[in-house]
Design a protein around this ligand. Structure first.
Ligand SMILES: *[C@@H]1O[C@H](CO)[C@@H](O)[C@H](O)[C@H]1NC(C)=O
Length: 271
C-alpha cells in the first residue's frame, strides 16, 4: 500500500500538483498520467477517444476545459456502441513525446477505435546479445507500443463549445456506423442477425437488384435514387423520413458496390 501511495505521489509530482488535486472533479475527463496510458487509451479497439491537448499557459485551453468537461458529462448515460472516452493530455509534461508534432494549443482529436493490429517488432531468437541489449535500451526511449495510425485521427477545428463538439462526435459515429453497415451488406460472409431488418433489406437489394444490373443500368439506378432524395427535401412525416433514410442506405450500398466493381475492372486492365 505504502509503495503504491509513494508511486502515486511521485507521479503527481511529475505531472504537476494541480492535476492530482483536481482528480476528484475529473470523473468524466481522464488526465493522461503516462505515455503508456495515452497509447493504451487511443489504441482501444472498442471505443472512440476524444482528446484535448492543452497547456497550463494557453488562454484558449482554459476556456476549452469547462466546455470539454460539460461535453463529457453529456455522455455519462450514453449507451451507443462504440462508446466515447474523454482524455486530457497536458502538453507541458508530454511536449517532446505525445504532443511533439502539434502546431499549437489547444488541439482536439477524435480518435476512432483501432481496427488494424499494432505493428510490433518480431521477436527474434537468434539475435546476438548486444543487439538485444541495444533494442532494450532503445525501447525504453521509444516503446514500440507508442504508435497511432494517423488515418484514425480526426482533427476537430470547430467551435470549442459542448454542443458543436457533440454534433461532431455524433456525425463521425453515424458515418462510421453507416460504412460498417454497408460493408456488412456487401460482405458475402457476413450474416445479418434476425432482427436487423435494414441489413437483410440491403442484402436483398444487392442480390435481387444490383447483381442483375449492367454498368449502365447501375448508373440509371443511382440517378433514380439521387433524384428521390433530392425531391424529398426536409419532410416532417416520420414514415417518409424512415423511407428516405432507407433510400440513402441503398445509395450508399450502390456506391460501394460500384466501387468494388471498378476495382475489379482495374485489376483486369492490368492483366
Ligand atoms: C444520467 O443519469 C443520471 C441518473 O439517472 C441522471 O441523474 C443524470 O442527469 C443523467 N445525465 C444526463 C446527461 O442525462
Amino acid at each position: 500500500m505504502l509503495v503504491l501511495q509513494l508511486i502515486l505521489v511521485w507521479k503527481c509530482l511529475l505531472i504537476q500538483l494541480a492535476a492530482c488535486s483536481s482528480s476528484k472533479e475529473r470523473t468524466h475527463v481522464d488526465l493522461a498520467m503516462s505515455i503508456d496510458e495515452y497509447y493504451d487509451t487511443v489504441n482501444s479497439k472498442i471505443s472512440y477517444t476524444m482528446v484535448e491537448f492543452t497547456t497550463p499557459w494557453c488562454h484558449h485551453c482554459k476556456k476549452l476545459k469547462p466546455n470539454f468537461l460539460k461535453l463529457s458529462k453529456m455522455y455519462e448515460n450514453d449507451t451507443t456502441v462504440p462508446p466515447v472516452k474523454f482524455l486530457e493530455v497536458n502538453c507541458e509534461v508530454f511536449g517532446t513525446t505525445i504532443c511533439r508534432d502539434m502546431p499549437g494549443f489547444p488541439m482536439i482529436y477524435l480518435i476512432q477505435p483501432r481496427v488494424k493490429p499494432l505493428i510490433l517488432p518480431k521477436s527474434e531468437t537468434s539475435v546476438p546479445f548486444w543487439r538485444k541489449l541495444w533494442t532494450k535500451i532503445r525501447n525504453r526511449i521509444e516503446d514500440p507500443m507508442w504508435q497511432l495510425d494517423k488515418d484514425r485521427i480526426i482533427n476537430y477545428n470547430g467551435k470549442r463549445e459542448a454542443i458543436p463538439m457533440k454534433k461532431f462526435i455524433e456525425s463521425v459515429r453515424a458515418k462510421d456506423a453507416l460504412v460498417e453497415r454497408v460493408n456488412n451488406v456487401l460482405n458475402d460472409k457476413f450474416e445479418c442477425s434476425q432482427d436487423d431488418e435494414p441489413c437483410q433489406l440491403g442484402k436483398r437489394y444487392v442480390l435481387e437488384n444490383l447483381d442483375k444490373l449492367s454498368p449502365k443500368q447501375l448508373g440509371q439506378e443511382r440517378l433514380k435514387l439521387e433524384s428521390i432524395i433530392k425531391n424529398a427535401g426536409e419532410k416532417e412525416d416520420d414514415a417518409i423520413k424512415v423511407a428516405i433514410e432507407l433510400i440513402k442506405f441503398k445509395l450508399q450500398i450502390l456506391n460501394h458496390f460500384d466501387k468494388s466493381n471498378e476495382e475489379q475492372i482495374n485489376v483486369y486492365d492490368e492483366l
